[in-house]
Ligand binder design. Structure first.
Ligand code: BGC
Length: 921
């Protein structure tokens, strides 16, 4: 029989937002009716395909076998079709679909691969305890502990239907069964707001158990639970006792066997070779203290253990993890060995990254010590450690004379490109340090990569790549500001501005929607004000409330804007529903309003934080007034809130927010805009906010603003004059009023401050400040200077949506807008996004007076395509002619003569060099 190649394939069903990195085949979920989604791939020329029905097959043990056929075009987050899952069941799910193409021909899929789903126990079925040592300590770092439990599996014959380990810790842990590592997560359970939500992880451990004696070993270090956090040197924020919680359930249905092992006083604890392991300060390993086989069934391992104590149970909700875990996702080899000015050996990995070192094998005499100091940059021939502030970022090994194999710090991470090594050098006679003897392990939350961009200019490609690296470095369990100094906190403003970029580059939904739950819980116990950082470690800091209890626009607006941007990217209305009370709490209670209903101007606002004109030691002193920025945001979030209420069917509330918005817009206009359209905040950020958030009353006023923005950009000689609030939107504002030539001119600027300046200085990540490194190679004198902050990289959203030209028109990319805006010296660009339906890609080139576009629209979606010759700016207000297309691959072409001359700056005498420059040399 001839093999028929199917024309349509569907992926294995995804379970809720459990995108577990590489492994999608077995999913644990805390939801007994999880929603399912699948993506499509077509083969051959199929256009305009849409789904007409789906069929889901459920099979497995402990769960009724079921087949469900539903006439529906929905393929994203469809309701669970069968009986709710039970916690003693594990089942397999697969899907197939029917549909028709544009000409009405039936094109159906075969069955997808299967996903196996296991429902996790309810809280009352988890009967284990948190156990720890009986020692208490009130200051200093807590030495990591090891826990050990031996147990016998009598009936076990390797035929268990289920053997699941549910585990978490007071601290961060690694777990082993019979000497084998369980799973490959690092820094588990990750960082949540431990006083509200403590997550546990589940592992299928069938393959690790054996008949007879078995051993579970767990190593716990302080992590975020008890470690030093924040610049105020706080320790033990959640407790000063490390602990573990573990429950192993082995079920063999045939013999009716069930074995339950839980953490209790029968477990033992002891110290291992880790003398200390801290987030900021690093990990110190003493090989002399290691006990071979500590986590295996061996007699020698039975000594030196003490009895454990039951610790108070967490007051937080104990819940299954919804976010993908943190893993080592890549190994990077060094590119160079250097010698510092003071004669120390320095390893250069060629890339600023987040993670830890790895040494495959090394032997040194007993007592010999190697010390690794990490930093992001070099300054004046030495490791540039000043930006780390109080973080020591140093790991060490003390040897016992035997061969040390596969050493890597276990429970810490650093932000680094350079590592200074003491005690190991390239000239050592035995086991010298070479480029082959050490690697760096890149760590982050293992999300699925979903977005790519490239174009004909290598510097712009580097800018995009650097942004991806900064996102990777700051998506380690929670979205952070920076990964290297004594901070690494969940600053709300940073992810608020970077959210839309992040949601394009990776499947962030599991991680960010998990974090948002903590934002809501923290906010609820905080007078409706979202804390500056979540988890809120600033609450207990500085009793004057300066950081702990301070309402802030831009930062706190994350409660509305991040769920909104997740909804636009992933189409999950449940996220809006879940976060709605938090949004309302902020708008109705948290915001401090003055008499006119806008922000109380007596509140200090960080506003356009890190405007390049702000002095190094006063990063909030922006040229755009903070209250103006706050009010512009207030209008924007009120408008979005009215849209969200409507989507959720809360019509009364939608009307109320719409009215609030109308009134606020009037007040804003009276307060900040002259009748002729001049804006009080006549700056790049002020004008861009008013244009992008549509704050003008009349089109004529908007035209005046566009002209002022043009002036502001030209007066600045095309340099960036924006901070956190203006940077994500300045180029959007310019292109939306037809000034794309200026947007491109700013993009291509190389002098400081600009997006490309750091690249001229060799940057491999996005910097916190426009000039974190000064042109003379010295580090910015401000005490807050990181080389890995994603906020200023938020321009990539414009690269994706405007240069590349793809954005979601309907939530979750059910319908896309394809509207590439060519410009500058670019003669081609390509953008690709793995949507919840399949891959959307768009590439264009400009050749011989023609603009050529190639497009692939995923099955079950549609798009509106606007070619450059049909584009009108918002301000001109002409309707754009979008061409409606269904799924498939298309090519389009139109006439296009690129602008030759680069725009000219407005000369300021003695100041600005005005050159006649062309885009194409
Ligand atoms: C962080 C920022 C943050 C800011 C707000 C800094 O220390 O690194 O990114 O948003 O503080 O004050």
């Amino acid at each position: 029989m001839q093999n028929v190649v199917p024309r349509l394939r569907v992926s294995r069903p995804f379970i809720e937002h459990h995108h577990n990195g590489a492994d999608q085949s077995h999913i644990f979920t805390g939801n007994n009716e999880p929603r399912l989604s699948w993506t499509f791939e077509t083969y051959g020329p199929i256009q305009g395909w849409h789904q007409t029905s789906y069929e889901i097959k459920i099979s497995g043990w402990g769960q009724p076998h079921d087949n469900h056929r539903v006439e529906s075009s929905v393929s994203v987050l469809v309701p669970w079709p069968g009986k709710p899952l039970s916690s003693v069941a594990s089942c397999k799910v697969k899907v197939r679909v029917t549909g028709t193409d544009a000409s009405g021909n039936a094109v159906n899929s075969i069955w997808s691969p299967e996903t196996s789903v296991e429902f996790l126990p309810k809280r009352n079925e988890l009967v284990a305890n948190f156990i720890g040592s009986s020692l208490t300590q009130t200051d200093g770092p807590l030495r990591p502990l090891r826990f050990r439990k031996t147990f016998w599996l009598d009936e076990f014959e390797g035929l268990a239907d289920s053997a699941r380990l549910d585990i978490t810790a007071y601290g961060v842990y690694e777990v082993f069964i019979n000497g084998e590592r369980v799973g490959d997560e690092v820094m588990a359970p990750g960082w949540t707001s431990y006083s509200h939500r403590h997550t546990y992880q589940s592992h299928d451990v069938r393959n690790l158990l054996k008949p007879g004696g078995n051993v579970i070993g767990v190593e716990v270090a302080e992590g975020w639970y008890a470690g030093r956090l924040g610049w105020a040197q706080q320790r033990h924020i959640h407790g000063n006792q490390l602990g573990v919680f573990a429950q192993l359930d082995v079920i063999t249905t045939e013999s009716n066997g069930a074995v339950k092992i839980i953490s209790d006083e029968t477990w033992k604890y002891g110290y291992g070779p880790l003398i200390s392991s801290e987030l900021y300060d690093g990990e110190h390993y003493d090989q002399r203290e290691d006990q071979h086989g500590w986590n295996q069934d061996s007699e020698s391992a039975e000594s030196c253990w003490s009895p454990t104590t039951i610790l108070p149970f967490t007051k937080a909700e104990l819940v299954p993890s919804e976010a993908p875990p943190v893993r080592v996702v890549e190994q990077v080899r060094p590119i160079k060995l250097l010698v510092s000015k003071s004669g120390q050996t320095i390893i250069d990995f060629g890339q600023n990254m987040v993670g830890k070192l790895f040494v495959r094998c090394l032997q040194r005499p007993a007592g010999h010590k190697i010390v690794f100091g990490h930093a992001e940059v070099m300054e004046d021939g030495e490791l540039g450690v000043r930006p780390l502030r109080s973080a020591a970022a140093t790991d060490s090994i003390t040897f016992n004379g035997n061969m040390l194999k596969d050493w890597s710090p276990r429970h810490t991470f650093h932000g680094f490109r350079y590592v200074e090594v003491k005690g190991w050098s390239p000239s050592d006679a035995e086991g010298p340090l070479t480029l082959d003897s050490i690697e760096a392990c890149v760590m982050h939350t293992d999300m699925k990569r979903t977005g790519w961009f490239s174009c004909s200019d290598e510097m712009i490609n580097k800018l995009h790549e650097n942004t991806v690296w900064s996102m990777r470095g700051n998506f380690l369990s929670i979205p952070t500001d920076c990964p290297q100094r004594d901070e690494r906190l969940g600053w709300t403003g940073d992810i608020q501005v970077f959210g839309p970029s992040a949601n394009f580059l990776y499947d962030t939904c599991g991680m960010l929607s998990s974090w948002l739950q903590d934002v809501a819980s923290e906010q609820a116990t905080h007078d409706g004000i979202p804390p500056f950082v979540v988890p809120n470690i600033l609450a207990s800091d500085e009793g004057d409330g300066s950081w702990g209890n301070f309402p802030q626009a831009v930062w706190d607006d994350v409660v509305v804007l991040l769920p909104w941007s997740l909804y636009r990217a992933f189409g999950d209305v449940q996220i809006l529903k879940r976060q709605y009370p938090s949004m309302q709490m902020w708008l109705d209670k948290g915001i401090r309003r003055g008499e006119d209903g806008l922000w109380d101007p007596s509140f200090h606002q960080l506003g356009d934080w890190l405007d390049p004109s702000a002095p190094p030691d006063r990063p909030g002193e922006s040229r755009t007034d903070g209250t103006f920025v706050a009010d512009a945001y207030l209008l924007h979030v009120t408008d979005i809130m009215s849209q969200i209420s409507k989507i959720l069917g809360n019509m009364g509330e939608s009307a109320k927010y719409a009215l609030d918005y109308k009134i606020a817009k009037k007040t804003f206009s009276r307060k900040y805009i002259t009748i002729d359209g001049l804006l009080v905040a006549d700056t790049q950020t002020g004008l861009a906010l008013a244009i992008v958030f549509n704050l003008f009353k009349t089109p004529d006023q908007a035209k005046v603003a566009a002209a002022r923005l043009e002036r502001a950009v030209k007066l600045a000689d095309f340099k960036v004059a924006t901070g956190f609030a203006g940077t994500p939107i300045i180029t959007h504002a310019l292109t939306s009023v037809g000034l794309q030539n200026l947007a491109y001119r700013m993009l291509f600027e190389q002098e400081c401050p600009s997006w490309l300046y750091p690249i001229t200085q060799g940057a491999t990540t996005i910097w916190e400040r426009w000039n974190s490194m000064l042109p003379d190679g010295s580090i910015n004198p401000g005490e807050m200077t990181s080389f890995n902050h994603y906020a200023l990289g938020s321009i990539v959203n414009w690269l994706h949506e405007v240069v590349g030209g793809i954005s979601p028109l309907e939530p979750g990319w059910k319908k896309s807008l394809i509207r590439p805006v060519p410009g500058g010296s670019l003669n081609s660009a390509k953008v690709e996004h793995d949507t919840s339906y399949g891959t959307l890609s768009c590439s264009w080139s400009v050749e011989a007076g023609k603009f050529k576009l190639t497009l692939t629209i995923p099955p079950n979606t549609s798009a509106s395509v606007v070619m450059p010759n049909k584009q009108a700016s918002k301000i001109l207000g002409h309707p754009e002619e979008g061409l409606e297309v269904g799924s498939g691959t298309y090519s389009f072409e139109c006439d296009h003569i690129p602008e030759r001359l680069r725009p000219k700056a407005i000369p300021i005498p003695f100041y600005t060099k005005i050159k006649e420059e062309t885009w194409f040399d």
